[in-house]
Design a protein around this ligand. Structure first.
Ligand SMILES: Cc1cc2nc3c(=O)[nH]c(=O)nc-3n(C[C@H](O)[C@H](O)[C@H](O)COP(=O)(O)OP(=O)(O)OC[C@H]3O[C@@H](n4cnc5c(N)ncnc54)[C@H](O)[C@@H]3O)c2cc1C
Length: 380
C-alpha cells in the first residue's frame, strides 16, 4: 500500500498547519490553558476549521461537503492538537449523523448553519448508567400532541455546555433507539460542565432533560436507525482519534530528539548514550506503526471495505502506543520533562483522555475478536 501524499494532500495538509498556527493557536493562547474555552472562542475555532471544509468533512459535495476522503480528513486531523480536534469532532460527527437518514427538508433547514459553525452541535448518547453499551440507553421520548417530550440524563458530552443544538439518542414507546435534535433556543435543558484531567480547554458536559418539549419536525431518521448511525460514524472516528494520539506523541518525540542532541552530561550530548537512543528508537517505532495503522483503517473505509476490525485495532494500538511513547519523551528531558513550562505533562494528560471515547481498549479488543472469530462477546 502506498501512503506517499499526493500534491493535493500536501497542499491541504500545509493549509491546515498554516490555519492552525496563524489563526487557531492565537485564539487558544488568549484563554487560560486549563479552562474550557469561552463559547465565542470555540465558535471562532470551528469557523476557521469550516473554511478548510472540516466541519462537513464526511459529507458528499452535493450536500455541502468538501469532497475529501476520510484518509484526507485523517491527515488533516493529525495536524490539529487534540484540544482542537475535540472541538471539531463533535461538530463534524454530529453533522454527518444528521445528514444520514434525514429528510431533504431537515438537511436544508439544519445543515448550512451547522456546517458554517454559526451554531454549535453535539451528540448525547452516553448516560450516567449507560456507557460502552449504547443500546441500553434509558432516556425516554414520548409523543404528546404536536411535540415529543424527552426525559433522562446524559453524561460526558463533548461540546455539551456550548452547544446550541443537541442530537439526543433516546428510546421511544416501542423501545426503538431514536434520534432527536433538541434546540436550546426552543427547549429547556439543564447543562453542567465536568472538569477533567486533560483536554482542559475542551468542554465535557452532563445534561438533564426534564419533560423537555421538542417540536415533532426535529425527530431524525427512522425508528430503527439510532444505533446504526452511531456505529457508522464510530468506524472512522476511531482511527481519527488514533491520529490525535499520533499528533501528541510526534510532538513529544520531536522535542526529545532536539533535547537529546543539545543536553550535555558526562561531557557529551545525552543522545550519545545507548539507553537514550533506545528510548528514541522505541518512540519512533510506536509513532510510525500507529500512524500507518490509522491510515490503513481510513483507506479501508474509503475503499468501502468492512473496516470494523482494522478501525478498532488502529485506535486501540495508536492511543496506547502513543500514551506509552510520551512517558520516555518526558524521561529524556529529566526534571524539565515534568515541568509545566515545557508542556509534556499536558500531553501526557491529554493522551489519556483519548482512550475512552468512541470505544475503550477493552471494547475495541472485543470488536476485533468478534471479527476474527464471529463470536460476539457482548451479546452471547
Ligand atoms: C473525552 C471524552 C469525550 C466524550 N464525548 C462523548 C460525546 O460527545 N457523546 C457521548 O455520548 N459520550 C461521550 N463520551 C463518553 C464515552 O463515550 C463513554 O465514557 C464511553 O463509551 C465509556 O463509557 P463509561 O465511561 O460509562 O464506561 P463503562 O462502559 O461503564 O466501562 C467501564 C470500564 O469497563 C470496561 N468494560 C465495559 N464493558 C466491558 C466488556 N463487555 N468487557 C470488558 N470490559 C468492559 C470498559 O472498557 C471500561 O474500562 C466521551 C468521553 C470522553 C472521555
Amino acid at each position: 500500500m502506498n501512503f506517499d501524499l499526493s500534491s493535493d494532500q500536501h497542499m491541504m495538509r500545509d493549509a491546515c498547519r498554516r490555519v492552525m498556527a496563524t489563526a487557531i493557536q492565537p485564539i487558544l493562547d488568549q484563554s487560560p490553558i486549563d479552562r474550557p474555552l469561552p463559547k465565542a472562542a470555540a465558535k471562532q475555532v470551528l469557523q476557521h476549521l469550516a473554511q478548510l471544509g472540516l466541519t462537513a468533512a464526511r459529507l458528499p459535495e452535493d450536500a455541502g461537503g468538501p469532497g475529501m476522503t476520510v484518509l484526507d480528513y485523517g491527515l488533516l486531523c493529525e495536524q490539529l492538537p487534540p484540544v482542537v480536534a475535540f472541538i471539531l469532532l463533535p461538530q463534524e460527527t454530529t453533522i454527518a449523523r444528521i445528514h444520514h437518514g434525514c429528510s431533504a427538508e431537515q438537511r436544508e433547514r439544519l445543515l448550512p448553519e451547522l456546517i458554517g459553525a454559526n451554531r454549535i452541535v453535539c451528540t448525547a448518547a452516553t448516560e450516567p448508567d449507560v456507557g460502552s453499551d449504547p443500546r441500553a440507553v434509558r432516556t425516554r421520548i414520548r409523543e404528546e400532541k404536536d411535540s415529543f417530550v424527552v426525559n433522562g440524563r446524559k453524561m460526558w458530552i463533548s461540546n455539551g455546555s456550548i452547544s446550541d443544538v443537541i442530537n439526543v439518542t433516546c428510546r421511544d414507546d416501542s423501545n426503538n433507539l431514536v434520534r432527536i435534535l433538541v434546540d436550546r433556543a426552543q427547549s429547556e435543558v439543564e447543562v453542567k460542565e465536568i472538569s477533567m484531567m486533560g483536554l482542559r480547554q475542551c468542554h465535557l458536559a452532563e445534561m438533564a432533560f426534564h419533560d423537555c418539549r421538542v417540536p415533532k419536525e426535529n425527530l431524525l431518521g427512522t425508528s430503527q436507525d439510532g444505533a446504526k448511525i452511531l456505529t457508522l460514524t464510530w468506524l472512522a472516528n476511531r482511527p481519527l482519534i488514533g491520529l490525535c494520539a499520533v499528533h501528541l506523541a510526534q510532538r513529544a518525540f520531536d522535542a526529545a530528539c532536539v533535547y537529546a542532541k543539545d543536553r550535555k552530561q558526562f561531557g557529551k550530548a545525552i543522545g550519545n548514550f545507548q539507553l537514550i537512543q533506545e528510548r528514541l528508537a522505541d518512540m519512533e517505532t510506536a509513532i510510525v506503526a500507529s500512524r500507518l495503522l490509522c491510515y490503513n483503517a481510513l483507506a479501508a473505509i474509503d475503499r468501502g471495505e468492512r473496516a470494523n476490525g482494522v478501525s478498532a485495532m488502529a485506535k486501540r494500538f495508536a492511543v496506547s502506543a502513543c500514551d506509552r511513547a510520551i512517558a520516555p519523551a518526558m524521561q529524556v528531558h529529566g526534571s524539565m520533562g515534568l515541568s509545566r513550562e515545557l508542556g509534556l505533562e499536558r500531553m501526557a494528560r491529554d493522551v489519556r483522555m483519548l482512550s475512552i471515547p468512541d470505544g475503550t481498549p477493552e471494547i475495541l479488543t472485543l470488536i476485533q475478536g468478534r471479527e476474527l472469530t464471529s463470536f460476539d462477546a457482548f451479546r452471547q
